[in-house]
Write a protein that binds this ligand. Structure first.
Ligand SMILES: [Cu+2]
Length: 303
């Protein structure tokens, strides 16, 4: 069987249900047998214990049956393992990048997206890695869960048989905003997918901020996440630490450019210095981000 023909979801579920069913049946049988023996062979009924060596038939039964059950568990487990790990031939490869605290998906033509668009009915290979700490790429609907490890590429694949949205989670605790490290698989028709794939990605500031994961740590409504809120930030004074000393600076276009290039140089006072650098952001994108921040900065300033 080629991996495409194997339904990973069905085989994972079969392995799970088989092991769960056997375990549940064992629990019931052993509990009933224990109760029966306690009553039937109590000291009151049998003051003198029976004395016997062995029982060949019983020994064969309790050896053969568990062996067969464990071999069957192995068989179903192996089937689901090879369905998940066997990579389909000729599938489109999407690069998955995990970072604190967002996901980024890159397609063969260079298209980037914060959500994983896939065509219905076609297998998609995922080449998964991380820029910072270990994360876990987890899509329960497809039974896919695999670590995203910095400096290493892990592989997974999935195929959506129904159009729809499916949740993506991070399954490895990775810091402050781990619980908000969410995205979605968006399964759409192959025609819709082709249209989406060739669209130029939006280059307005908000789309860039979303794609680059800025909004995982910076709110736009004044609430405090990991970093300062974008609301009321631009065009106002803020306090940064310059070599440990608090200094007042104006949040302007030059400040934004400096922070993107090297956030660790002057971190904002009162916030953990955890922002990564964004050296790949182009001057045009920086300008778009500045426009976006400017609009948010004009909203009422609050602390
Ligand atoms: Cu994570």
């Amino acid at each position: 069987m080629t991996p495409q023909a194997v339904n990973a979801v069905a085989s994972v579920d079969r392995a799970f249900l088989f092991i769960f069913g056997v375990s549940a049946a064992m629990l019931v049988l052993i509990t009933l047998a224990t109760i029966y023996f306690v009553i039937r062979y109590s000291r009151q009924r049998h003051p003198v214990p029976a004395d016997f060596d062995h029982n060949l038939l019983a020994e064969i039964i309790w050896t053969v049956i568990p062996t067969l059950l464990v071999l069957a568990m192995f068989y179903y487990g192996w089937q689901s393992f090879s369905a998940l790990r066997g990579m389909p031939e000729g599938a489109m490869e999407v690069k998955v990048l995990a970072r604190q605290w967002s996901w980024s998906f890159t397609y063969p033509n260079g298209r980037q997206s914060p959500e994983l668009y896939v065509p219905v009915g076609q297998p998609v290979r995922l080449a998964i890695t991380s820029t910072d700490v270990i994360h876990g790429f987890y899509v329960p609907a497809f039974r896919v869960k695999i670590d995203a490890v910095p400096g290493m590429t892990t592989q997974a694949w999935l195929r959506a048989d129904q159009p729809g949205d499916y949740d993506i989670y991070c399954s490895v605790y990775c810091g402050l905003e781990h619980a908000r490290m969410l995205s979605r698989v968006r399964a759409v028709s192959p025609q819709e997918f082709e249209r989406w794939l060739v669209q130029a990605p939006d280059q307005d500031g908000e789309a860039i901020a979303r794609r680059e994961g800025c909004l995982a740590c910076h709110s736009t409504d004044g609430s405090i996440l990991v970093g300062p809120s974008f609301k009321g930030l631009f065009g106002h004074q803020t306090t940064v630490l310059d070599q440990g000393r608090p200094v007042q600076v104006m949040v302007d276009a030059e400040f934004v450019r400096q922070v993107l290039a090297d956030p660790s140089r002057r971190p904002t006072q009162g916030f953990p210095p955890v922002m990564p650098a964004y050296p790949h952001i182009t001057p045009e994108q920086t300008a778009a981000l500045v426009e976006y921040l400017k609009a948010l900065g004009q909203e009422e300033h609050q602390h």
